[in-house]
Design a protein. Sequence first.
Length: 424
Amino acid sequence: MRILIIGSGGREHALAWKLHQSSIEKLYVAPGNEETRFFAQNIPIHPTNIERLTRFAKDNRINLTIVGPENPLALGIVDSFHSERLRIFGPTKAATQATEASKAFAKRFMAENHIPTAPFRIFRKYETALNYLRKCGAPIVVKASGLAAGKGAYPCETLIEAEHALKEIMVDRIHDKAGKKVVIEEFLEGQEVSIHAFCDGKTSILMPPSQDHKIITVGGKKLMTGGMGAYAPVPWVSDDLLHQIQQEIVEPMTKGLRESGQPFAGCLYPGLMITPQGPMVLEINARFGDPETQVYMRLLKTDLLDIMEACIEGGLADIKIEWNSGFAVCVVLASDGYPGEYEVGIPISGLDKAERIPGIVIFHAGTTRDDTGQVVTAGGRVLGVTAVGETLETACARTYEAVKQIHFDGMHYQKDIGAKAFTF
Ligand code: AMP
Ligand code: GLY
């Protein structure tokens, strides 16, 4: 087996780390990061350069390609690989458009398929959207419809915040083309849960529920990040609730996509709000979550390669997916300024010491090495420190013990990853 993973973040490092444990001949990561180059070959091709990636896979006789981020999926990497008869894990361009790449499309799709989601309206014109906002008042949620690196949603507690969000999206165009259309929807109260399902177009199998930590407060202002930490499983999500999520959300999604001619093969990741009225969909992602994948890979017992092959071949109904007992936690260490502007090239110390703590694996996200061989920062989310433990308390304590050993100037992280499980 010759495998290619596309992407460079913590999610891709975690997927590579897990696949490295399967029986494979060669593992490539494009472009990879500082740590993946120790057990895989990093290939300097950007994830959105579909043509070069397709050629690379063909020339190097790649048997299976796994796509980490959403952008290559939205650009049609899966279609391009299929046209060359190359095997690839991920949904087609059309299936990505119907789920993650267009929130407007996804909301209409959910409404048509009676999948519970917040009541919404879609707007193309700024003035009409503004009038609607003023009519509704706050709290309310304003979202850029297109792909915005996970930062295009603005849950607003006041009308002033909502007007500001709408201006940023539609007038200032801070998310560029993603702000051509906006979705304005009801503000849902509850607890968020990340659901991930392996899908082969017909069958879907849920992974354990996890919780992400997307919103941070900086100087009294709430900021949306790509995700600052995660843990799994979520103790208060009962088997009955998971069954309900499968029946009312995941099954109708995969059925609806199949019936509209866009069968979904890959990892389907609906972000949910568990409200007093039941689970409701906040967004549909067409890929693995980051940092949820870092905890999933620490818990997965079954060979990931076997699962991915079953997703591609339509054989998911025939395999059993097993998970280790206990919990996994991931805390993201970010650069000063993230999710806004940040500096790179800052030396990182203490990685060896942190990794010596039992149960710790550190996934790199934004790292590189300078001319002297020193590991330095190269992104907003720099590292994902993960631990496993028989209890969530142990896994959290181990993670934060390891975090304390690591240092880079300006490093910041959330101190309460996993706390939502205890306070619920
Ligand atoms: P999205 O990109 O649509 O998942 O939104 C990002 C984050 O915004 C979610 O993880 C929630 O924290 C928040 N959010 C999105 N939609 C809503 C909603 N309707 N009500 C409350 N919070 C929301
Ligand atoms: N965990 C957030 C995301 O992957 O979009």
